[in-house]
Design a binder for this molecule. Sequence first.
Ligand SMILES: *Cc1c(COP(=O)(O)O)cnc(C)c1O
Length: 858
Amino acid sequence: MRAIRRFTVRPVLPPALAALGELAGNLRWSWHPETQDVFERVDPSLWHSTGRDPVKLLGSVGRARLDELAGDQGFLHALAAARADLQTYLTEDRWYQRRGPAGGPSSIAYFSPEFGITAVLPQYSGGLGILAGDHLKAASDLGVPIVGVGLLYKHGYFKQSLSREGWQQETYPVLDPDELPISLLREADGSRATISLAMPDGPDLVARVWVASVGRVPLLMLDTDVEENPEHYVGVTDRLYGGNSEHRLRQELLLGIGGVRALRAYSRITGHPAPEVFHTNEGHAGFLGLERIRELTVEDGGPRLDFDTALEVGRASTVFTTHTPVPAGIDRFPRTLVEQYLSDAGPVPGVPVDRILALGAEDYEGGDGSVFNMAVMGFRLAQRANGVSQLHGHVSREMFNGLWPAFDEAEVPIGSITNGVHAPTWVAREVFELAGEVGADPDDLDSFWTAADKIPGRRIWDVKRQLRERLVADARRRMQRSYEKRGHARAELGWIDSALDPDVLTIGFARRAASYKRLTLLLRDPARLKRLLTDPDRPVQLVMAGKAHPADDGGKKLIQAIVQLADDPQVRHRIAYLPNYDIAMAQPLYPGCDVWLNNPLRPYEACGTSGMKAALNGGLNLSILDGWWDEWYDGENGWAIPSADGVEDTDKRDDLEAAALYDLIENEVAPRFYDVDEEGVPTRWLEMLRHTLKSLGPKVLATRMVRDYTQQLYVPASVNARRLNDDYAGAAELAGWKRRVRGGWPGVRVEHVESSGVGDAPEVGAVMSVRAFVALGDLAPGDVAVQLVHGRTTSEDELRDTAVTELALVESYEAGRHRFDGDVTLDHSGAFGYTVRVVPRNELLVSAAELGVVALPA
Ligand SMILES: *Cc1c(COP(=O)(O)O)cnc(C)c1O
């Protein structure tokens, strides 16, 4: 029988237990084991059967048990302590208040299409969402005043299971918001707060706003499941990354434009300061920039700026992070669709649609005129942009060089901040406790990593075995469920009780089944893999997981290939494919692995974060030199799989890289793992493990990442934004200046360059003097920088590893002509070359390339 209506009865806690509600209402519990202990004490078996979900736990625990707890002094004491700890965490001064930048922004909005915070709030599909979750948590730990903005998807992402044949099956369970750790944003009178967006083809799209408390950080989540909406609007927030272009466009309009409106409502209701900086995590939220332009140009009661001035205000305060070097991963829409939705009948009336279309136009060499590119708009609406590892920064500068065609790749204004992971979420409690045993302070992670040297090898190895054992137990449970679901009878499944072995070298590999991640590289030579798995002396076992996008049959085939191998009775005790990779699976997986494998097609892994989580738990990385590993592999903290980068034939390349991977496992990894001393401890392995903790520990942290964002992007952005926002005169001036410089640029020329001081055979240390005669037309010398660009030269006279020396104005002549002089010391031997160029200069520019114009000698 189906219910005709459902609702959730909220539990009423006895007054003595009110603090349980407070603890459940703040997601800090999800990275605070001591708070989890309190929930576990409420009812250990319910705690486990609800999947460690405080809201569900409190919703299912019986009245009698609650009354009993209300009289249990020991429990009340622990509860009071946990509550006090949370209060302190939420209110005390933390890094941003104590040691952070003076005058930093009072609020920063962080927009993302997905957030992976805890398994019980499944609003993520993979790395992008997990990163966003870790960003919020680390911001909370540091006291950085971020407010998150996202959507609440009724089905989240899908749940993965397998058919008998090993084909991925998707299900979309309904999430009941009343059973989630979120609360509705309400007006002062208790009514539900809503925001709305005009749609070109129907009534307004209405959304309510949920708030999740992520420690000190509020996360606003928009949800269109409200009765004001017609059915097809209710479904706008149905699921993550489902549906056609139009569906996605509606989601992104809601996220960007609706997100700004939700922030305004939140500030109005709670008094939260208005964000001074807007950070968009990947292009999906880019429409937020259009809403800000609308506020500044046409909104009643707004400053009514012109478009260009508003654009400068928006750009100065916007940070854009690009996440994918895979061209197919870039978010693009048919241009006509965007035109239809963003006409005056749409959500930003009064913002000219031709200007909007120009922001997302691929109007560069190789671009497609029929699409609207969200990443391109992202760069144009943000004055500061970054990739997520050094290598990815480099690849992004190459990939988007077309937006600044006059500049070499190195000067494309895209920087990089390497991702990090939130240690309290991802590091096993036992690992923290090990450091505690030798006096490390768990609140001072720096002391924590150096403690690695003081912990006896035997202790480390015992704990690693314990973690492996926990993973094996968890994997067996999951295998049992999966095989039963696939139609196997319990009686056939006795072998699972001894599948995997807590004393065998365990290699983990879990990630989305995107093709560049090459889920099946390790299966390239099945016979060789089988030999590795079943080696009588040095066996290896593999734990694998990862979902394919529902529309990606290629990815599903890769999964099927693994499942079929894992079904093979010869090896099934040594290889497990676990369905439904999510945070709940990931948490015991990383600590339980000895080696974390990553073999993407270089350079398509923008950063990768799972290997960082493994490293923090004493796992060694075995990876292609891509993403973060390219940056931080040091020869001692794991292994680099040689990548056959130059080989065009992908089959050949896979063969070469797979062979190298097998060789490494067989000749380096397994021998080292099994090389144990008389106590049974692999001392050389432990050396690498300790070195991994010490060398990577401080770097891979999300707190390092959020500090970098704060210091390198958020604070400078807020400084610029304040200068422009002060009655907007600065912004109008900047917009006017840009117009003037662009208009006058055709008159800018480097006419003549002379040098002296370095005869025919200069030696290191010689000083070269340069005089440049330039014509600036109608522009003033102060509008430009005249630069001497010098460096090594290639055989084609291309400049490499250049440095820039600014030349100084010496004399001005008639008709806008000027002389600029300067000196440079030749500080290394070899081929040297130089040129002189003119670029726009304004202290409010972040990069000389920002306007995309340059003048070079003819
Ligand atoms: C960390 C994590 C990811 C991202 O891992 P990558 O190495 O970036 O692919 C994806 N899913 C889950 C559940 C994770 O914990």
